[in-house]
Design a protein around this ligand. Structure first.
Ligand code: HAM
Length: 424
């Protein structure tokens, strides 16, 4: 019989993975709450233009990586490759920008990019991200970077590098691009085929090139930091100053450009030095001062970041980072019913436990009691309760503590508070 595999670049998650996913998303939500961020949920697909206009027609994502398809009426739709464009579309559509700016939002969800899959690079992956809408000063940049830094620290990471750069505002960047093009053009055929194209369409992307020849040429390329206008320069210096106050180590990565056209001024990336691969970016973000206006909203500046859930999980596993499982020390009861004839009695007990939020389970297909007890022990149950004829006749329960092999006998109808005390 034909067995289907999940499509290339996608994954199923179960068992241990779910513990990691819960731990990562719970940690994120706790931090975002502390910084006063509220959740937003947007669709998994949007009109294609939402992404082409924001990420940029000539970006790698739009050119090569989008899952785009027509709907039944021929309208072009795209599975979201990232979250920022959708959040901005939603904010403008619902006029969420009120008087109390910044509007602080977070999201957790699936993204889709048609990339060549490898470890840490998938076609369907999850991002945990935030957007601070309506914030133009450098202080929010520092606060957002502080938050991404705290997120990874709280997850237990130690060897992280924070790269920060500014790609300037529209004006200083345009001037810089001309200077960069003047520098690169004479190299002509020494540049790789992709970089020749980039020079034509999206010059800044040459800094993403991985070929050693282009990397060498770029070593001596003019740096954008030398061409920032005065306002952009002051902005970046202030961000650096605030990061120092917060004791957050950073590297001024003058060749960092990031792959989205919407960015202005501050951009950043968190890299793990424990991963020796191109997929070492755990998260990244930046400021986007024109995007909301370009989507038909008011002229308000914003900044945000996104982190990759799978990359984070993979690295936590590789580094043996322990996770605190929520409810790990909570008592868990396994109820073993000796006969289906006692199901009504069993359901009464299960109902009582579950109404009182006590974790419990049973097996309706039980075949072998001693195997069942061993299984319950291996699954981390703290107590077992066996239901037999005697129990049903007398309302008696014998609760066995699997950790210290003691047992307590009580009448569960008359001694409910004693039972609850024992199990909480
Ligand atoms: P990004 O750098 O493209 O930024 O993605 C953020 C993170 O998502 C990456 O650092 C990486 O961990 C993860 N990621 C990206 N692509 C893949 C993939 N194919 N497989 C697995 N993980 C991946 C953004 O998406 C921007 N929207 C961030 C942002 C928010 N900027 C401003 N606001």
């Amino acid at each position: 019989m034909l067995i289907y595999n999940s499509p290339r670049g996608t994954s199923d998650y179960y068992g241990e993975d779910i513990k990691y996913i819960d731990f990562i998303t719970d940690t994120a939500k706790n931090i975002f709450k502390i910084y006063n961020y509220k959740e937003i949920i947007t669709p998994h697909f949007e009109h294609t233009e939402v992404f082409t206009r924001s990420i940029g027609e000539n970006s790698e994502i739009v050119q090569k990586e989008m899952f785009t398809f027509p709907d039944k009426k021929g309208r072009s739709l795209t599975l979201r490759p990232e979250g920022t464009a959708s959040v901005v579309r939603a904010i403008v559509e619902h006029k969420l920008y009120g008087e109390n700016l910044p509007l602080k939002l977070f999201y957790i969800g699936d993204m889709f990019r048609y990339e060549r899959p490898q470890k840490g690079r998938m076609r369907e992956f999850r991002q945990v991200g935030i957007e601070a809408i309506g914030s133009d000063g450098p202080s929010i940049d520092a606060e957002v970077i502080w938050m991404i830094n705290n997120f990874f620290k709280n997850l237990g990471f130690k060897n992280l590098l924070l790269y920060v750069n500014s790609i300037g505002c529209r004006e200083c960047r345009e001037k810089y691009i001309e200077i960069l093009e003047d520098y690169l053009k004479p190299f002509g055929k020494d540049l790789c085929h992709d970089c020749v194209n980039r020079l034509d369409k999206n010059t800044l992307r040459v800094f993403d090139c991985k070929t050693s020849g282009c990397k060498k040429i770029l070593e001596n390329a003019p740096k954008i930091s030398n061409y920032l206008c005065r306002k952009c320069e002051i902005h970046l210096r202030k961000v650096f100053g605030l990061l120092k106050v917060l004791d957050i180590p950073y590297v001024h990565a003058e060749n960092l450009v990031r792959g989205f056209d919407y960015y202005t001024r501050t951009i950043f990336e968190v890299i793990s030095t424990d991963i020796d691969s191109a997929q070492n970016a755990l998260g990244g973000g930046g400021r986007y001062d024109n995007l909301i206006e370009e989507f038909g909203g008011p002229k308000i500046s914003s900044i945000g970041f996104a982190t990759g859930l799978e990359r984070t999980m993979l690295l936590m596993k590789d580094l043996d980072i322990d996770i605190e499982e929520p409810g790990k020390n909570q008592k868990k009861i396994y109820v073993i019913n000796m006969s289906a004839d006692f199901d009504e009695y069993l359901f009464g007990i299960l109902k009582f436990f579950r109404q009182n939020k006590i974790i419990c389970d049973t097996n309706f297909n039980i075949k072998n009691v001693s195997k069942e007890i061993k299984w319950a022990q291996a699954q981390g149950y703290s107590h077992i309760v066996v239901i037999g004829e005697n129990e049903v006749d007398t309302n008696k329960l014998i609760i066995k503590d699997l950790d210290n092999y003691t047992q307590t006998e009580l009448n569960w109808i008359n001694e409910k508070s004693r039972l609850l005390k024992l199990l909480r």
